[in-house]
Design a protein around this ligand. Sequence first.
Ligand SMILES: Cc1cc2nc3c(=O)[nH]c(=O)nc-3n(C[C@H](O)[C@H](O)[C@H](O)COP(=O)(O)OP(=O)(O)OC[C@H]3O[C@@H](n4cnc5c(N)ncnc54)[C@H](O)[C@@H]3O)c2cc1C
Length: 412
Amino acid sequence: MQKEQQDNAANADQLRTADLRRRDFIATVSASASMLWLSGCSKWFGSSSNATAEVRSITPPRLDSAYLGERIFCYRPMRRGAPNLSVGEVDGKLVACNYGHGGSGWTLGPGSASYVVGLLVASRKGSTMQTSTPITVVGGGCLGLFSAYELLQRGYTNVTIVAASFERLTSHNAGGLLAPVSMDNASGMQALINQIGIDAYRFFASVAKGKNKDFPAGASILPAYFERREDSGLEPYVGVVMQPAKDVVLDFGNGTKRPMVSYDDGIFIDTAVFMQSLTDYLRPRVTFVEKKITSYAELETDVIVDCSGLGAAKLQNDAEMVPVQGHLIMLRDQVPANLQHMILVYFDKGKTQSNQDVKRSFYIFPKHLLNTPKNDVGVIGGTFVESATPDTPNEKEFQILIDNAKKFYGLS
Ligand SMILES: Cc1cc2nc3c(=O)[nH]c(=O)nc-3n(C[C@H](O)[C@H](O)[C@H](O)COP(=O)(O)OP(=O)(O)OC[C@H]3O[C@@H](n4cnc5c(N)ncnc54)[C@H](O)[C@@H]3O)c2cc1C
C-alpha cells in the first residue's frame, strides 16, 4: 500500500502522540460524582453552586418492562488516535478515507465529509478530476451518504455508493446526540475535530431551523443535559455556534433532583429518519450497489472515498480500528412531550459477563424508529465495551442499564 506524499494534516498516524487522551469517559471526576447516586442516594439537592440554579421539572420516562421495546446491540467504528481523514494512493487508485469516528459519526458527519472531499479535490491527482469523473463511495452508513451528498454539492455527477449493506447499520441505530464524545483522539487532532464538529453543527442547525432545502426534517434543537460542561465535548462550540451552558437542577417530581448543566441549543438527530432522508435524496442522483468488496481492485473507478467504518480494518489494513460495543433499548408507549430533551451522564467502569472492560453511561434521547407508533419514542443507552463482538454480546448489560436508569430518576 503506497500512500501519496502530501501535506495532510489529518493523517492520524503521523499526528498520534503517546499521551492519547480519551475524549469519551474523560469524566473520572464525574464518574466519582455519579457513584454517589449509584450507591443509593435517591435525593440529591446539589451543591451550593447550584443553589440559585434554575429548577426544571422533568417527568421521568416509563421504564417498567411493558414500556421497554427492542434491545439493540451496535458497534462504534472507533479508530485509536483519531478518525482517518486523509487522501492517499493505493494500488494506483486515489483513495480518500473518512472512517473511524467512534461514537461521534453523526456529530461530525457533514463536516467530516466536507473536509475529506475537500482534501480529495485539492490533492495533486484529485485536482485534475472532471465533474464527470467516476467516483465510488464505499459504505452506506452516515459517513458514506454524507460523502456522496458532498460530492454532489461540489458538482460531481458520476457517483456510485457500494456497500455490503444499506439496512440496520450502526448509523441507523445510533442514539442521535450531537456531542463529540466516545472517541479516542490524539491531542494534535483535537483542533481539527472541533472545527469539523462546528461545521456539522451549522449543517444540522440549518436543518433544525427548516432552512435546509434538501433535508426539511430529521434534526431538532433541544436541551442537552450533562453533569459537567467537560463531559459534553461541546465547550469549543460555545461562542462560535452555541450559547454557554447553564447550571440547572432537574426535578423529577418524586423527591429526586439532580444538578446538571444544560446546553439549551443542543441538537438531536433522529438518525433512522435522517438515514431515510439522505437515501431519498441520493437515490435518484447516485447509483447504489449492494456488494461487499475485499479490495479496492474490485472497483472499476480510480477514485474512491472509503467510508466503510469497521470494514476499513481489512480494506485499509488499519490495525487502529476497534469495534466498541454499545447496548440500546428502545422505549415504547411514552408521552412524547415528556421527552423533549437529551441527557448523558457517565458513571462506573467494570467488567462485563465476558470479563471485558466496560464503561457505563446512561443516556436518553427522543429517538423514533420509522414506521412505528408515534408514542414509541425514546432510546436509552449505553455501554462502551472495546473490542467486544457479536460473540461476546454481554447481554447482562441491558439489565444494568435499566437498573441504573431507574436509579438516576429515583424510580427504585
Ligand atoms: C450505541 C451507539 C450509540 C451511538 N450514538 C451516537 C450519537 O448519539 N451521536 C453520534 O454522533 N454518534 C453516535 N454513535 C456513533 C455513530 O453511530 C457512528 O459513528 C456512525 O454511525 C458511523 O458511521 P459509518 O458510516 O462510519 O459506519 P456504518 O454505519 O457502520 O456503515 C459502514 C458501511 O460500510 C459498509 N461496509 C463495511 N465494509 C465493507 C466492505 N468491505 N465492502 C463494502 N461495504 C462495506 C457497511 O455495509 C456499511 O454500509 C453511536 C454508536 C453506537 C454504537
